[in-house]
Design a protein around this ligand. Sequence first.
Ligand code: NAD
Ligand code: 0WE
Length: 263
Amino acid sequence: MLLKNKKILISGLANKYSIAAGIASAMYREGAELAFTYQNERLLKNLKPIAESYGSSILIESDVSSDESINNSFEQLKKHWDTFDGLVHSIGFAPADQLEGNFVDVTTREGFKIAHDISSYSFTALAKAAKPMLNDNSALLTLTYLGAMQTMPNYNVMGLAKASLEANTRFLAASMGRDGVRVNAISAGPIKTLAASGVKNFRKMLSQHSARAPLGRTVTTEEVGNVAAFLCSDYASGVTGEITYVDAGFNTAAMPLYEIEEE
Ligand code: NAD
Ligand code: 0WE
């Protein structure tokens, strides 16, 4: 039981395919007490039965594009918990028109602003709001992607936002370390979630991933969840400011082992 007596707040659980659902499942199994935030009313009906299955009825609305919504959500949380031990940020967004086409042609000032606001600043905003309630030996965790480090078609301005999120992870770690707060990120391989479902040629990307990755396959939300549970546990007490890849080794291999079969 990695997380016995730990209270952890999880954001970004939209449905059972969400990475946040794999994280919640692993954390619940490891003994954590969970609470959840959701973006809007529309997502509450999906979340409710899932949260219930993880023993939680603490469901709080939090739209990270609004400081008022964030502040309200922590006021709500205080009614249930005086203090807590962990926060999972599993939120990312860019307008759809930013994620298809040639980077220099499709990227706009407004698209850049929204992507960075929702996908990076929100992690700082949640850390700021959570800070007064965080116990000693607590942990913050976010989800990033290889597009922060290397290019690929269509990920575009989200790559810039993830680069910012990774720097955010390091600066938050430096900023909060003396308060007993660790801050880390998991860089997950591609997974077919709601956020990936609108993406052109995503199935092709999954098969390319399997071909190049040392493990010869993609990763599951459960595998991401297991590493998330570890990083938020006291077994990771010496780890902060780190980006941990959970991608079947994809980022470590420059070429696939075998010739890809002709189609
Ligand atoms: P998902 O669609 O299940 O989760 C994305 C979540 O972001 C949703 O719950 C949505 O409600 C939330 N969100 C968006 N805008 C918000 C706002 N303004 N306020 C509050 N919440 C908001 O998809 P996912 O793939 O599980 O994504 C979770 C995280 O994992 C994201 O940061 C994503 O970039 C990252 N990630 C995903 C993959 C992948 O291939 N699926 C790979 C690496 C990293
Ligand atoms: O971070 C992500 C998903 C990011 C995302 C996806 C969407 C689709 C719907 C952010 N905003 C939106 N906005 C929408 O309107 N991933 C790592 C998954 C992902 O998304 C891609 C990928 C991969 C991988 C987009 C293009 C290319 C590759």
